[in-house]
Design a protein around this ligand. Structure first.
Ligand SMILES: [Fe+2]
Length: 345
């Protein structure tokens, strides 16, 4: 049955891809997008853009790290016009690796708030995501911890959390950016102390993904973990199936105040041939319609608003801290160094 379902959905996706492209003529304008955002719903936004502008979108999806490797390999032969990536660490790496070029667009400057864009104008945020804590109140209560007493990531370093913390591995840019964020907020020394204490409190080996952490928290393998908010929302909404929905139901999301907010972002590829079309697409994606078109179905937050889905609203309000995405990039190497020193594998 599961197999049949899979077949049905892949057939659907295939048909949808075909329909996405309006009839092609030799003169039709197009834009080629390399995307590290792995959400089927993005296609609706591209379709909308095509309907409004007549510009066809050709989408090539690859995981973030492979996307960067591919761009480096392709060099000036690359077909990429627009690059979409998740996480500050990745988009700033793309810029530092000279894979992007400057975009002159007043619209992008006006749509994207300060702190969420590159001062060299090579990339702009398109959506926002919050790194939250996810806890099992029963497990914590058994250890004598009141869930309401957890207000910051640094609480997970306290001795009473011994054997209760679950974390994703160091390779995850999400965690690298979180540590970079804490270095900017609290300084190197305090961040190192936090890392040492938190790694000492680990319940299990490091996990390979955020979803695995949410499941482990639900299964009482750990009391608390750190994940991006939309993973919990997706599970609660049943996107990953009934079992994950039940798991997520057993957990509570804790949003630190202020919270570390990360982004998905878009940039103009260094060797873009369809530069004008690429900028038009980026402007569309950063516009209020485009940004909420990307963010609402994935449970992310649009650039200038909060996701209106009830599940996300129920997590409570969040107040982003003042750390800029550029700073997250600047402190990425130091963050990795501190993580290694603390034994974060
Ligand atoms: Fe993600």
């Amino acid at each position: 049955m599961q197999k049949l379902k899979k077949l049905f959905y892949s057939a659907l996706t295939f048909t949808f891809l075909l329909n996405l492209n309006i009839p092609v003529t030799s003169t039709q304008r197009e834009v080629i997008v390399y995307s590290g955002r792995h959400y089927d719903t993005d296609r609706y936004v591209f379709k909308q853009f095509t309907e409004e502008t007549g510009i066809k979108v050709r989408l090539i999806e690859t995981a973030g790290i492979e996307l960067l490797e591919r761009l480096r390999r392709e060099g000036s032969n690359s077909n990429a016009d627009v690059i979409l990536l998740v996480d500050a660490a990745r988009i700033t790496e793309a810029a530092d690796s000279n894979l992007l070029q400057r975009i002159d667009s007043k619209l992008l400057e006006s749509y994207v708030p300060e702190g969420l864009k590159d001062s060299d104008r090579e990339w702009y945020a398109l959506t926002r995501r919050v790194r939250v804590m996810v806890a099992n109140p029963k497990v914590l209560a058994k250890a004598g911890i009141d869930i309401n007493d957890i207000t910051d990531y640094t609480d997970l370093a306290k001795p009473e959390f011994e054997g209760l913390v679950c974390l994703r591995n160091r390779k995850s840019p999400y965690n690298q950016s979180l540590v970079a964020n804490q270095i900017v907020n609290k300084g190197e020394e305090e961040t190192s102390e936090w890392l040492d204490g938190m790694i000492d409190n680990l319940a299990q080996d490091f996990y390979s993904g955020d979803i695995a952490i949410i499941r482990a928290v639900a299964q009482k393998k750990c009391g608390v973990g750190i994940v991006n908010h939309y993973y919990v929302a997706r599970m609660l909404a049943g996107v990953n199936g009934r079992r994950d929905q039940l798991y997520a139901d057993r957990t509570t999301v804790i949003i630190p105040n202020p919270a570390h907010v990360n982004i998905s972002a878009g940039g103009l590829a260094k060797y873009a041939e369809n530069k004008e079309e690429a900028i038009l697409l980026l402007e569309y994606l950063a516009s209020p319609d485009g940004s909420s078109g990307l963010a609402e179905p994935t449970f992310e937050h649009p650039l200038n608003e909060v996701n209106q889905n009830e599940i996300v609203r129920n997590f409570g309000e969040f107040v982003p801290d003042d750390v800029t995405v550029e700073e997250l990039g600047d402190y990425n190497s130091l963050a990795i160094k501190l993580m290694i020193n603390a034994g974060w594998d």
